[in-house]
Design a protein around this ligand. Structure first.
Ligand code: PLP
Length: 443
């Protein structure tokens, strides 16, 4: 299929979301046809290194043979089943996931998408605490379902939706790079004190939970400073609220530990898992301790979807855990992180537009600025860098929030070799060098 044929289909048959971007940029948008390992290949045969891991869900590489074998087996035996009955793959996945959770997290419930899992986590917290109000960070993304998750997605702006779910409000993101008190040694306490002073005033009922990603990914790869998570949990628990961690993007090894929360040694009360949990198929989980699960269920908690416990998705989940453990991908993600950070730090020596490098494991962000003194966000440069990298065969994304899209996000699959990482880094270096020079000449 060529661009002309694609454009006709898009114009006639697709709802033009997000905001017409498909049509406007179609000439520059490859039409993907297949994938091999960490590469995706478009209809013209052009190959791209996938440093976006698809939509963050191809962290085990595309079409991993073990995943393909599990899915094929399911297709030939039983791919869909009623959730009213148990099935072998579902049971196996509960056990396998439970074994790698951080105690006291133990019990899980399966759903289809990350947004489903967040909805289910919020309801779980409400049923367990008897509270209502939920807090999220002002640069957060927690999903796109039309009420609760997008109401907690403050980073995208809520005003365009006109309505927001009751009992949802924002607290400050611990974004030291751009906070007016980012250098204050007492940053963590000041950030939380201010946040909760406002939160307490905004609560409309008894509060239920605060939700956070261990690393805010879509917000621009914001890594909360040391001590923040522990203090956040204290502030939450003092109010009878539960701490929910959204590990859609940070879970199952991506940060170089099995779970993002292990970096700060703060175990959440509730945790969600999605993205590469299904190694390429959609499946998500909400997890919690036995005590919280029991309490919530005694107050009427349940959550499900027609395809939530399909053997095919559960078998993919088991394959995903097998791949991560057998191929030691948690350790591999940590090693990739060290390699990427060294390469990016080296780039920052020569490229003044690199304001800050943040991340863990395979999840990295490079914040681009007009100059390091003013920190003025270089969103246009970021857009061009991402587009040029694509031309050069490297897929990346620009991320950020509050109108800033000036962070280049890199998420190479955890199965990437050193040579592949180096190849991606060299493309990024070449493009950054050329584009910053061009911007300087044009000024
Ligand atoms: C942190 C986080 N939570 C939740 C979601 C929603 O996941 P899904 O798109 O699978 O519904 C996303 C999606 O990107 C995400 O990044």
């Amino acid at each position: 299929m060529d661009t002309h044929a694609a454009k006709e289909i898009v114009e006639k048959w697709m709802i033009p979301t997000p905001a017409g971007a498909y049509m406007a940029g179609l000439e520059n948008r490859p039409i993907m046809a297949r994938a091999e390992g960490i590469e995706v290949i478009d209809t013209t045969g052009k190959r791209y290194l996938d440093f976006g891991s698809g939509q963050m869900a191809a962290a085990l590489g595309h079409n991993h043979p073990r995943f393909v074998a599990s899915v094929k087996k399911s297709l030939e035996t039983i791919s869909h089943s009623t959730k009213t009955f148990l099935n072998v793959d579902r049971l196996e996945l509960h056990k396998r996931l439970g074994e790698i959770l951080t105690p006291p997290l133990q019990k899980s419930l399966f759903l289809v998408s990350g947004s489903d899992a967040i909805e289910a986590a919020i309801d779980l917290a409400r049923k367990a605490t008897g509270g209502v109000d939920v807090l999220a960070l002002d640069m957060a993304l927690h999903g796109s379902t039309s009420f609760v998750t997008r109401s907690l997605t403050f980073g995208w702006g809520r005003a365009k939706h006109k309505l927001a779910a009751q009992g949802t409000s924002a607290i400050l993101t611990p974004y030291t790079y751009r906070s007016s008190f980012g250098d204050d040694p007492d940053f963590v306490e000041k950030c939380l004190q201010t946040s909760f002073q406002l939160a307490d005033a905004n609560f409309t009922a008894k509060p239920a939970a605060v939700i956070i990603e261990p690393v805010l990914s879509a917000g621009g790869i914001i890594v909360p400073p040391p001590g923040y998570m522990k203090a956040l949990r204290r502030y939450a628990h003092e109010r009878g609220m539960l701490l929910i961690m959204d590990e859609s993007q940070t879970g199952l090894g991506k940060t170089g530990k099995m779970w993002g929360h292990l970096h700060e040694d703060v175990v959440p009360d509730i945790m969600t898992v999605s993205k590469h949990f299904g190694a390429g198929l959609p499946i998500a989980a909400v997890t919690t301790s036995a005590a919280i699960a029991e309490l919530a269920v005694s107050n009427g908690y349940f959550a499900t979807r027609s395809h939530a416990c399909d053997p095919i998705a559960c078998a993919a989940g088991v394959a995903s855990i097998d791949i991560i453990q057998e191929e030691k991908l948690v350790e591999r993600a940590a090693a990739i992180g060290i390699r990427m950070r060294a390469a990016l730090a080296d780039m920052a020596q020569e490229i003044e537009a690199i304001g800050e490098i943040r991340g863990r494991g395979v999840l990295y962000g490079v914040e681009l600025v007009e100059d390091r003194a003013s920190k003025a966000p270089a969103s246009a440069l970021c857009r061009t860098v991402v587009a040029q990298c694509q031309q050069e065969g490297l897929l990346l994304q620009s991320r950020g929030s509050h109108g800033r899209m000036n962070v280049v996000r890199l998420v190479p699959p955890m199965v990437s070799t050193d040579a592949e990482i180096d190849r991606g880094m060299e493309i990024l270096r070449k493009v950054l060098r050329a584009e910053t020079r061009r911007t300087a000449e044009a000024a």
